[in-house]
Design a protein around this ligand. Sequence first.
Ligand SMILES: O=c1ccn([C@@H]2O[C@H](COP(=O)(O)O)[C@@H](O)[C@H]2O)c(=O)[nH]1
Length: 233
Amino acid sequence: MTNSDRIIVPLDVPDLESAIALLDLLPEVNFWKVGLELFVSSGAEILGILQERQKKSFLDLKFHDIPNTVAGACRSASRYQVDLLTLHATAGRQALTAAKGAISDLLSPPKLLAITVLTSLNARELALDLKIPLELSEYALNLALLGKESGIDGAVCSPQEVAQLRRVCGEDFLLVCPGVRPSWSSKGDQSRVMTPAQALKAGADYLVIGRPITGAEEPKVAWAKICQELADI
Ligand SMILES: O=c1ccn([C@@H]2O[C@H](COP(=O)(O)O)[C@@H](O)[C@H]2O)c(=O)[nH]1
């Protein structure tokens, strides 16, 4: 696998037409993420289109509910043959275990990823607004370990925590990092960021990079620039 195969580009657009336009504009991209904005507006059709085009897909709906509901949602989402699927680790051990159990008899189930601490949050918000009495990195590690103990395949974390999660959770635990920003792009609403090269060197398996590419004046140029930055590491 080349480093550019480690980049997942989110289709964070309001409708199916805009999503297809992005697929057409960036045929070099092999791994796409479908999140809440597109799925809520247009449903699952995009997932079939990705399959037809032989692209890998990440369904990022971040399920967070009681165990029975999360398990049912994971089972339902699995029928779309996606490669990756997210649920919040804060749904708790029972929900995580139920989710894994609900898809374990399938022939090719998606890999389940536990969301740890959203990359838009900073330490101050975690402490003052959410009243979490732990250091952010310790909290993220605890959530990843809860996922691992519950049979979840990996975690979504910020690049700033990925080295620690890799060390503690091991090589087989899939680590996917949003909050990735090339030095030439703006952070936007992301808080805990690193550059693509820093994130891969720190131990990420996959990088989710959206607006630096899709919001660029020339997305193809931005994609190529990031791939170039990753070619020599
Ligand atoms: O902690 C998280 C979990 C998921 N995301 C998602 O990743 C992309 C990031 O897009 P950018 O445009 O590169 O900021 C987006 O779809 C989020 O929903 C995340 O950012 N942080």
